[in-house]
Design a protein around this ligand. Structure first.
Ligand SMILES: Nc1ncnc2c1ncn2[C@@H]1O[C@H](COP(=O)(O)OP(=O)(O)OP(=O)(O)O)[C@@H](O)[C@H]1O
Ligand SMILES: [Mg+2]
Length: 285
């Protein structure tokens, strides 16, 4: 890709007490690009996007956005730059309707206004139509939406305020096939509108379906970056599991059955289920 990066991280490290969560990580993304961030549980994916979102301050390294070095002091500073993030736990309010969830916390709107405002209802309808998100009604409580519809509302919410970079942490975890398709289509639509999108996912089928590039974190280090059109699931799995470190990769390549991808499920063990949404797409606690 010849376009200048929108976001560039160089040598980013982050430690939590004894845990070195990120070590000298380099990362970049250009406008109109979808980059999948993959890696085993605990590899540092969420930590990395929290550095990009101004939640964590890196211990060292530099952060460039639109060609200028920045020192993010807060999530609000990231938002002001045009970085919008949907975290692993969606943080939607189940008992409020779609309009309220879209505009909650913005422009100091009160809940009463959110519930009564006809302009907001029109804006919400137009926003969802533009992103081709289909839900029964914008006045329906979020609790009665499907997992995919909820996730789509969360992503749509992240596009309000004209962000340049949208970051999605596990947007398709625990979704069914049609719901996943809806979210992946939504990501493609964001790319068509010239946004940069970072997607964390454990599902390599989703990753290959939507990403231009695949960045692999392993034990806090960025170990590989692949052009999605020119790489295979086996290569990505090898980088994620460290087969490259041990010479296992030869074995993996010569015995493809050994790493055959189960296309219907996650490729990783289920021990990351601790913070995933439930089977219905995750009710707020
Ligand atoms: N706030 C925190 N305090 C202490 N340690 C943390 C904190 N956040 C993350 N860690 C540690 O940093 C490492 C990376 O965690 P992170 O959540 O970034 O992994 P991940 O790649 O997102 O994993 P998963 O796929 O399970 O979501 C882990 O060892 C984790 O325990
Ligand atoms: Mg995570």
């Amino acid at each position: 890709m010849t376009t200048e990066p929108m976001l560039r991280l160089q040598g980013v490290s982050k430690r939590f007490g004894a845990v070195q969560a990120l070590t000298e990580v380099d990362f970049d993304i250009a406008p109109g690009e979808v980059v999948a961030l993959v890696g085993d549980n605990g590899a540092g994916k969420s930590t990395l996007i929290k550095v990009m979102s101004g939640i964590f301050r890196a211990d060292s390294g530099s952060f460039w956005f639109d060609g200028v070095e920045r020192h993010l002091q807060s999530p609000a500073a990231a938002t002001a730059l045009g970085i919008s993030t949907v975290y692993q736990d969606l943080a939607l309010c189940d008992n409020l309707d779609v309009v309220a969830n879209l505009y909650l916390g913005r422009e100091s709107l009160t809940v009463t206004r959110l519930i009564d405002e006809p302009n907001l209802e029109r804006d919400a309808t137009m926003l969802l139509r533009r992103l081709a998100v289909s839900i029964p009604s914008v006045r329906i409580a979020v609790a009665s939406l499907s997992g995919g519809q909820r996730q789509s509302v969360a992503v749509a919410r992240a596009t309000i305020g004209e962000p340049k970079l949208v970051i999605l942490d596990e947007p398709t975890a625990a979704l069914g096939v049609p719901q996943t398709r809806q979210v992946l289509n939504l990501i493609r639509r964001l790319r068509e509108q010239g946004l940069a999108v970072i997607v964390i996912s454990h599902n390599l089928i989703d990753v290959f379906a939507v990403a231009n590039r695949i960045a692999v974190l392993r034990l806090g280090r960025m170990v590989a970056s692949y052009d999605a059109a020119e790489s295979t699931g086996e290569q990505v799995v090898a980088a994620m599991t460290g087969a490259f470190d041990t010479g296992e990769v030869e074995k993996v390549m010569s015995d493809p059955g050994a790493v055959e991808l189960d296309l219907s499920t996650d490729v990783l063990p289920a021990n990351g289920a601790d913070h995933r949404p439930g089977p219905t797409g995750g009710s707020a606690p």
